[in-house]
Write a protein that binds this ligand. Structure first.
Ligand code: HAM
Length: 426
């Protein structure tokens, strides 16, 4: 039987991993810039965590989770998103008791959702996310949005829009829930079975139903913004004012409700019109979640965060990535004695911090030069019988094409001197 990777998963091969590392490095640099520290939480958690945090009536929980029983019969789930696990870790490790009240963390890693795979949508995918816990302030909402915008700008993504909306506080959401029920009540029997359940349990979820999305009552549904308490309204107005002050472009999108239950107040999405992704594709999204930590048994703690789909960032980045820092030295031994010596030199060069490799296939010069080329080697080091006898190597600089004989004991000095005079090399 020929094995294939499971549907909706992909291998990231050596030819692509350089571009992934570049993306990860850039994200880590932005996090350092924003004083956000990394957190790493388990890839699987107790299923109940996601039911609680993300919500039973969301598509993510009710249709898309990879859930299994472990050997002791406990229900576990591969994480479909990062926020729930981080809120759990925050409570479990009592991060609310840290001297810094605002805890800012980021994460990168695989997430799992049983969705129909297509361009930019996989069953195993990767998210880069940020969570800021502990302070309820529109300034922190805006810090999150700024960070998300910084990411897309740093990646040079074009045709990007920041969409924002507010779901308000609990009181606003109760009033809105009632308004939605009144709105959909007359057409309830025209909606799909799921929506009829949502109507009772969580009418907000009707708005992101994939089956009923074209029902005429969807377009005329009440907007969250019309049901805000004074407090919720003031919070949102301050968010907008801060974005205006910072000259961050945004669109208030009253239909934006997001697909997870923990949100309150500000929600936002970064939407790309890049044709590579398909028009109107969401590259990232997030929002405030003031009830989540308490829901998971912690003290009342506000939070806000966002996550990007890293595959979507990679697609939007395109293929113009130049892979490879080249090797410093590619060693080309000719014959078995030369090979013994090559192994010694390679070990010594690596110990001195140079990136280095050698031919292990006993090929002729031509084949070895091809490898030196493929590895973008700065130097080719040729060692034949004569060189072994004379205790020298032949160093060919692949940029200047100069070839010099260098005594074994001078190799490191030779490379260092050469680099010092070469302004192209960093
Ligand atoms: P989300 O909107 O469910 O939010 O996912 C965030 C991003 O993950 C999406 O915008 C998309 O780019 C990417 N994504 C989601 N599903 C897939 C998939 N099947 N394949 C590829 N990419 C995908 C969250 O997960 C929240 N935890 C974000 C958040 C953090 N809110 C507050 N803090």
């Amino acid at each position: 039987m020929a094995y294939k990777a499971p549907r909706g998963t992909v291998d990231i091969l050596p030819a692509q991993s350089g571009k992934w590392q570049e993306l990860e490095q850039l994200l880590r640099t932005i996090c350092a810039n924003y004083n956000v520290k990394e957190i790493r939480t388990p890839i699987f958690e107790h299923t109940e965590l996601f039911n609680r945090a993300v919500g039973d009536t969301t598509d993510v929980v009710s249709k898309e989770m990879y859930t299994f029983e472990d050997r002791k019969g406990r229900s576990m789930t591969l994480r479909p998103e990062g926020t729930a696990g981080i809120a759990r870790a925050y409570v479990e490790n009592k991060l609310y008791g840290m001297p810094e009240k605002l805890q800012k963390v980021y994460y990168m890693g695989p997430m799992f959702r049983y969705e129909r795979p297509q361009n930019g949508r996989q069953r195993e995918f990767h998210q880069f996310g940020v969570e800021m816990l502990g302070v309820e302030s529109p300034y922190v909402d805006v810090e999150c949005m700024l960070m998300a915008v910084t990411v897309v700008k740093a990646l040079g993504l074009k045709n990007i829009q920041l969409h924002i909306n507010t779901l308000g506080d609990q009181e606003s959401r109760d009033a809105y829930r009632e308004a939605l029920q009144n709105h959909f009540q007359p057409v309830l029997n025209e909606l799909c079975h799921d929506c009829q359940v949502r109507y009772e349990k969580n009418p907000l979820r009707i708005l992101d139903c994939k089956v009923d999305k074209n029902h005429p009552m969807m377009k005329t549904a009440p907007k969250t913004i019309d049901y805000l308490t004074d407090n919720a309204k003031a919070h949102f107005e301050k968010v907008c004012a801060l974005l205006d002050d910072l000259e961050i472009d945004y669109v208030v999108d009253p239909n934006l409700v997001r697909g997870l239950d923990y949100y309150s107040h500000t929600v936002f999405e970064i939407i790309s019109d890049d044709p590579k992704l398909g028009a109107g594709s969401t590259v990232g999204g997030g929002g405030r979640y003031n009830g989540l930590v308490e829901e998971l048994g912690g003290p009342q703690t506000p939070g806000v965060g966002f996550a990007f789909g890293m595959e979507r960032l990679m697609i939007a980045l395109g293929d113009d990535h130049k892979d490879e820092e080249g090797l410093d030295v590619y060693i080309m031994p000719l014959g078995s004695e030369a090979k013994d010596l090559a192994m010694q030199i390679m070990t010594m060069l690596r110990a001195n911090g140079f990136t280095c490799d050698m031919d292990q296939c006993d090929r002729g010069l031509k084949g070895q030069f091809k490898s030196a080329d493929r590895f973008h080697a700065h130097f080719s080091m040729i060692i034949g019988d004569e060189e072994v006898q004379k205790e020298v190597v032949n160093m060919k600089c692949n940029h200047t094409k100069e070839q010099v004989e260098v005594p074994l004991e001078n190799i490191v000095e030779f490379i260092e001197n050469h680099y010092e005079g070469d302004h192209d090399h960093e």
